[in-house]
Design a protein around this ligand. Structure first.
Ligand SMILES: [Fe+2]
Ligand SMILES: [Fe+2]
Length: 241
C-alpha cells in the first residue's frame, strides 16, 4: 500500500490510501485531510497500522511536529485509531472534538486532555477557520460531527457519501448514486427521524467542496449533493411503507 497526496482546495490536502482487499475488485480508500494553515489541523488520523504511511505523507507537506490540532468525526479506528501516536509525534497538538465525544470517550482514550468544542464553535487556524458542527448519529455514532472550513467552502464530511473504488482525488461526477450503492452493501448509516434533516442542514452551508473519508472528494454544488443524498435516504430507508 502507498499513500497519495493531492491538494483538493487551497491549502487542504487529501492523503489517500487504497486498500484493494476491502470490497474487491473495486477496493476502498481511507482518506485523511491536512489543513496546512498557520495552526495545522489533521481531520481523521487513520488506523494505528497506517500511521507510518500517513505520517510520512503529512511529512511531505510540513514537519509533523508542527501539527496543532488532531480532529475527526467520531470514535472508530479509521477516524482516530492513531490519535495517541500523533499526540506523541506532535508535542503541541491537541485533540479537539465535540462535548459528547470528549465526555463519552476521549477524556479517557486520549493521552492528553482533549479540547471540547461547542456546536458551531470556530477554531481559528490563522489563515483558515474551521467550524465544528455536531451531527449526532449522522452518519453514525452519538458523538458524530463534521467540520466546515469557511475560507475555502470545504465541508469535511467524513463518512457521508462513502463509496468504493480508487477514483480521482477530486471529481465533479455524481457521488450520490455510488454512495447509495455502498450504503446498500455496508448499511453503515444510522437511520433516525432527523437523518435527512441533518443532511439538508449541512447543505444550507452551500459548500463547494466535499472532503470524503472514503472515495473521491467532490467539487461542485455541495448543497445539491447533500439535498439529493437526503432525498435518496428518505426514499430508500426512511419512508414507512
Ligand atoms: Fe465511521
Ligand atoms: Fe470511515
Amino acid at each position: 500500500m502507498s499513500t497519495t497526496v493531492d491538494e483538493i482546495a487551497d491549502g487542504i490536502y487529501r492523503l489517500s490510501t487504497w486498500v484493494p482487499d476491502i470490497a474487491p475488485p473495486a477496493g476502498f480508500t481511507f482518506n485523511q485531510f491536512l489543513i496546512a494553515a498557520d495552526e495545522p489541523l489533521l481531520f481523521h488520523t487513520g488506523p494505528r497500522a497506517m500511521f507510518p504511511l500517513v505520517s510520512e505523507a503529512v511529512g511531505t507537506i510540513l514537519p509533523i511536529e508542527q501539527l496543532r490540532w488532531i480532529t475527526f468525526g467520531h470514535v472508530e479506528s479509521d477516524e482516530c485509531g492513531s490519535m495517541n501516536q500523533w499526540l506523541a509525534a506532535a508535542p503541541r497538538a491537541e485533540v479537539a472534538h465535540g462535548m459528547t465525544g470528549c465526555m463519552v470517550s476521549l477524556n479517557d482514550l486520549a493521552d492528553r486532555p482533549p479540547r471540547p468544542l461547542a456546536d458551531g464553535e470556530i477554531l481559528d487556524l490563522g489563515d483558515k477557520r474551521v467550524r465544528h458542527l455536531d451531527t449526532p448519529h449522522v452518519p453514525h455514532a452519538w458523538e458524530a460531527r463534521v467540520l466546515y472550513e469557511e475560507t475555502t467552502g470545504t465541508l469535511l464530511c467524513g463518512d457521508l457519501f462513502t463509496h468504493l473504488g480508487n477514483g480521482p482525488a477530486l471529481t465533479t461526477d455524481d457521488i450520490v448514486e455510488p454512495a447509495m450503492q455502498a450504503e446498500a452493501m455496508f448499511r453503515s448509516t444510522s437511520l433516525a427521524p432527523d437523518t435527512a434533516d441533518v443532511m439538508r442542514r449541512l447543505g444550507d452551508l452551500a459548500p463547494n467542496t466535499l472532503a470524503l473519508m472514503h472515495g473521491s472528494s467532490f467539487s461542485g454544488d455541495g448543497a445539491k449533493a447533500l439535498n439529493n443524498l437526503a432525498a435518496a435516504y428518505e426514499t430508500q430507508y426512511l419512508t414507512r411503507s
